[in-house]
Design a protein around this ligand. Structure first.
Ligand SMILES: [Zn+2]
Length: 154
């Protein structure tokens, strides 16, 4: 990072602020050469890859959309948001390492697998969105089904 005024590379950070849930970092800097003060913004870059939808359409992976659906499933459960954030980062890395587009089903399965270990209610809620559960019986069926099929979630 160099000074926009004198181009010196010797700048120091005066203040660091985090915004947008940690996605944006704002730094106040000062040039050690000419004492010019300026602000820089750092935005986290998410891994870029395609998601293959159920209708065979491809779209760019969207972290906000995924995060939103997970947070909805975790609503009012006592789940540490940092753990969710870390889970998403870990999974994104594994999805992005795949050379081809990743299927939305695989994403859903990975999240589900993880939620299952974390919180049963969030797990069932997340499953319900994908399977379009419409009534209580759908939930009950799914719950009894998962009890019988502990190993594989389909
Ligand atoms: Zn300067």
């Amino acid at each position: 990072m160099y000074c926009p005024k004198c181009k010196s590379e010797n700048t120091r950070v005066l203040d660091t602020r985090v915004a947008e849930n940690g996605k944006l970092v704002k730094r106040k800097r000062e040039c050690e050469n000419c004492f010019h003060k300026f602000t820089t913004f750092e935005r986290i870059e998410f891994p870029k890859f395609f998601v293959l939808k159920n209708n065979w359409k491809k779209e760019f992976y969207n972290r906000d959309k995924l995060e939103d659906s997970i947070l909805k499933a975790c609503n009012k459960r006592y789940i540490d948001l940092d753990r969710i954030e870390q889970m998403i980062i870990d999974l994104e890395n594994s999805w992005a390492s795949n050379k081809r587009a990743i299927s939305s089903k695989r994403i859903w399965k990975d999240i589900l697998e993880w939620l299952k270990k974390l919180d049963e209610v969030a797990y069932i809620r997340y499953a319900s969105v994908y399977h379009n559960f419409i009534n209580k019986n759908d939930f009950l069926e799914f719950i009894s089904w998962t009890k019988d099929n502990k190993e594989n979630v389909e």
